[in-house]
Design a protein around this ligand. Structure first.
Ligand code: ZN
Length: 171
């Protein structure tokens, strides 16, 4: 069976920055593979394009240019945040204010953002809201573990199901 729209695909892969010599960003292995519904619009389009037509047991390696991934690093996504927003019940969450700490936040419109602490100053914190892979090409090496038809329920939900998700999912 080949990878195409409405198949559930199981992969293992390694993601590196820029090329095969780049820093390893993510390593997905057989004990906890990545499972997704192909063509459901959740993945980078170029990622799906590269996998189309592959079968079980086939290996792959490909690069996705930053413009087709997370774009350029934006200087204006690095912002000063008043320290007091990290107060909970009047107490500063010092534990959050560590360089490199990843903090899920919300903007004024209620959009979910993820910021990384870059610097902690007297009364403000410098946060970087760029995607961690902004400004970088993505280099994937991996293998297709399984390709199967999506169930009717998966197609209705628009995502793949696996044993771990069963039972804890809201309908
Ligand atoms: Zn579901």
């Amino acid at each position: 069976m080949k990878i195409e729209k409405n198949k559930v695909v199981t992969l293992v892969y390694k993601l590196q920055e820029n090329n095969e010599q780049g820093e390893v960003v993510e390593q997905v292995q057989e004990d906890k593979p990545f499972v997704f519904l192909y063509g459901s619009g959740h993945m980078l389009p170029k990622f799906e394009e590269q996998l189309e037509g592959l079968s079980q047991e086939e290996s792959f390696n490909f690069k996705i240019a930053k413009d087709d991934a997370y774009g350029d690093f934006q200087d204006n996504a690095v912002v000063d945040v008043p320290k007091k927003i990290f107060e909970v019940d009047g107490e500063l969450r010092e534990d959050l204010l560590q360089i490199g700490q990843v903090i899920p936040m919300e903007d004024k419109e209620g959009n979910q953002l993820t910021g990384i602490v870059k610097e902690v100053q007297e009364d403000k914190v410098i946060m970087d809201f760029n995607h961690p892979m902004a400004g970088k090409d993505l280099y994937f090496t991996g293998k297709v573990m399984e390709v199967r038809d999506a169930t009717q329920e998966e197609l209705e939900h628009g995502h793949a199901h696996n044993e771990e998700q069963e039972g804890q999912e809201e309908q």
